[in-house]
Write a protein that binds this ligand. Structure first.
Ligand SMILES: [Zn+2]
Length: 416
């Protein structure tokens, strides 16, 4: 298997034009996009993508989750396809590139292969996963989760939005229930290109993130039970102060995360105080600890320590403490062969690069359960994402797509 030569590049102008064209579908209110999953805007975006796929000579398959698979045939009828892609759905106040870059760069890769007259032994399939964002129907990465066998189709169809509409009904309404059984497709490899959604690549002045891992996470919901009492008339020694226990637990979470560097993070983003009144000590405090690490042993070790120490902190104050795990992903280690293929492609093309860990979840994290998988990242301005102001440069977009082209050509094997 020979590596593609460094003169093979995608068409950066065409990629950027397609990104701008797609961004007109489901415009936001501040220059970004609101193309939430299974809305009319989503249907419109799908139709546009479908028309581009057909113009590029691809054959479209759709599964029962509405995930779109656009195939460019290979020369070997027995060779499994190389999959690329990401998602076209956005947050309600989302950016123009989160997900979209991966799908349209996949399309640009096959357009470039068409231009260059390149055939590959393995087919190449451009994928648009349904409901990556999970903003309208939780959880995120719903279709890839069903594809990987981690979630069932029935469970997915029963997810409901805030208006009570179900995923299954809405998928039917927009006309995108496909006939393929979810997960029936077998993959030779899956390669997802995505914006970093963090500040590291820009700060380090690197064009390409070679993604080695996806972080695993635990969400721990902590319920502290104290005694509601007057903040003015209750002496300090007679208080059962759930709020104080919460504050000490926050400090402890910070310490545990810092003691697990490099790579581990931990914090609290959501708190509910009861009764949440200025002059009442809280009787009940509920909050969620979010801890993440690319290392399974570290992640589970952090969880065990936090549970033990939280119980000790609460007990010392006479506060009741119960902890429930309400969310979990295992860390993912991407396929070493694909990872080094991405790195040497960046090298060959003359792009600066560094290893990076995906801090957010992606469809690739589920795909890794069923196929050799990796990701490529490009920087985004200020690390800003899930925000209409999300921005990348045309040069950044093209560099990552060039690397994607090379990784695909090497994995799908140039024929003849
Ligand atoms: Zn995304």
């Amino acid at each position: 298997m020979t590596a593609p030569t460094d003169n093979l590049r995608i068409n950066g102008d065409r990629l950027w034009d397609s990104l701008m064209e797609m961004a007109k579908v489901g415009p936001g209110i501040a220059g970004g996009n609101n193309r939430q999953t299974l809305t009319d805007a989503d249907a419109e975006g799908r139709d546009l993508f479908k028309s581009w796929c057909e113009a590029a000579g691809l054959t479209l398959g759709v599964d029962q989750m509405g995930t779109m698979f656009a195939t460019r045939p290979g020369t070997d009828p027995n060779a499994l396809p190389v999959y690329v892609g990401s998602h076209l759905d956005t947050q309600p106040t989302g950016g123009k590139y989160d997900g979209v870059l991966g799908v349209l760069s996949g399309l640009e890769v096959v357009r470039s292969m068409n231009d260059l007259g390149i055939r590959t032994r393995h087919p190449v399939v451009v994928t648009n996963w349904t409901n990556e964002e999970g903003a309208r129907f939780a959880p995120a990465m719903l279709a890839s989760g069903v594809f990987a066998g981690a979630l069932t189709l029935d469970y997915a169809y029963e997810r409901r939005d805030l208006e009570g509409k179900s995923f299954g009904d809405e998928l039917k309404r927009i006309g995108w229930v496909g006939d393929e059984a979810v997960g029936a497709r077998k993959m030779h490899a899956y390669i997802e290109y995505h914006i970093e959604q963090g500040p590291i690549l820009e700060a380090e002045k690197k064009q390409i993130g070679v993604v080695t891992h996806c972080q695993g996470l635990w969400w721990l919901e902590v319920t502290l039970t104290g005694r509601e009492a007057h903040t003015g008339s209750t002496p300090m020694n007679l208080r059962v102060n759930a709020g104080l226990a919460m504050a000490r637990i926050f400090e402890m979470v910070q310490r545990v995360a810092m003691e697990n560097q490099p790579g581990a993070v931990g914090g609290v983003g959501q708190v509910s105080f009861t009764p949440n009144s200025r002059n009442v000590l809280p009787g009940k405090v509920v909050f969620t600890i979010d801890i993440r690490s690319p290392d399974q042993a570290k992640l589970d070790g952090m969880r065990a320590r936090i549970e033990t120490e939280a119980a000790e902190i609460a007990a010392a104050l006479g506060v009741g403490c119960s902890i429930e795990a309400v969310g979990h992903f295992d860390p993912v280690t991407f396929d070493p062969t694909l990872v080094s293929r991405v790195r040497s492609a960046a090298e060959r093309l003359g792009y600066s690069h560094m290893n990076i860990i995906s801090g957010a979840g992606h469809d690739a994290c589920w795909a890794a359960k069923v196929a050799p998988t990796t990701m490529i990242m490009c920087p985004c301005v200020g690390g800003l994402s899930h925000n209409e102001a999300e921005e990348i440069s045309p040069e950044w977009a093209a560099a990552g797509a060039d690397v994607l082209l090379h990784a695909v050509l090497e994995t799908a094997e140039i024929a003849g």
